[in-house]
Design a protein around this ligand. Sequence first.
Ligand code: GLA
Length: 399
Amino acid sequence: MAQRAAQKESLRRRFVEHARAFDAAFGAGPAPRCFFSPGRVNLMGAHLDYNGGPVMPTAIDRGTFLAVRPRTDRRLRLASCLEAGTFELDLDAAAATRRGAWVDYPIGVVEQLRDSLADVRGVDVLFGGNLPVGAGLSSSASICVGSAFAFDAAWGLGLSSLERVHAALRAEREFVGVHCGIMDPYAVGLAEPNHLLWLDCKDSTIRQIPVDTQRVAIGVADSGVRRELAQGAFNERVDQATAAFAVLREHSPRAGCLRDVPRSVLEARRASMDPLLARRAQHVIDEVERTFAARAALESGDLAGFGARMFEAHRSLRELYEVSCPELDELVDAAARCDGILGARLTGAGFGGCVVLLAESRARDAIAAQIGEQFEARFGRRPPIEWFGGDPGPREIDL
Ligand code: GLA
């Protein structure tokens, strides 16, 4: 309880600074309204969302900060504490086009809301936050869902949380051009603290699965690897999964997505299939099974069983989906040798970014120290390792 109050107060203080930064960026005036939107970490169900499978993410107490002040005209000015430049948009002008910068995320959201903006005034918005970008913690969904939340509040649009999630999803898919699945905006918009969100991406059904956060800690170790072409590599995996499904569906006509393809169909077709596509399909079929097994383990209080599925998932991501790298593998191997670790695997798309850790709370500091030492011995630098609290999702912050 005391810890939650301290967390709340520290976030409020960060927002006082953010509101000050807003005045510095846009000039003094009425106090801006402030909004927070979390990032997310996914524990099970890797690369399943766009294959129609289940995922198990949770929101974390790091994310995007937004400060918003209404204007008297119909212009939007968007700036960030983390990047140079102010971008402008006129609500009376034709639909915006992509600019190839971070601002495409909020502009993409504005474009999704266009039809409801005939009578609203413009706003100035300052973005910021404490979520590492490109680390696999979904900074992009955080900014998109946060923008949908803040614009909805500022313009009084009366959207439901699911409508905001979908505006964010369409912004990323249709405006920014990433072929992403539904997991990230759902996790950011709908996750609850002390729970993992069970999201079945085939029919979008959700269920909150309790986690004993007194007993276990969730954190990440950052490999520090940021691959410039990660977005392209992610889209390539989506295309390969689509191609694998195209081959396999001929032999399983009732399947609506790769998740539905029976294992026996893959086995029967394997010899005549492109081996790369067979590996991708194998990961998906195994990971679906593992994710159901992980949920059953969690629901019966078997945390070690849940963690074992995370280690298996990492192996599959390395060998079958081929989205790992030596730094991520080292972090997982080092974690596996620690006393008190339950599970570890790469999180997010991969190609660098973070490993998610599930550990006995009592052991978390010793685990961080041991992983840090072993990683440093091989790569000559300490990986940042952080433990997170949960988060109740996008909200307005009262200063
Ligand atoms: C990225 C995407 C998600 C999901 C993961 C892999 O983070 O944004 O939609 O596909 O990769 O699980």
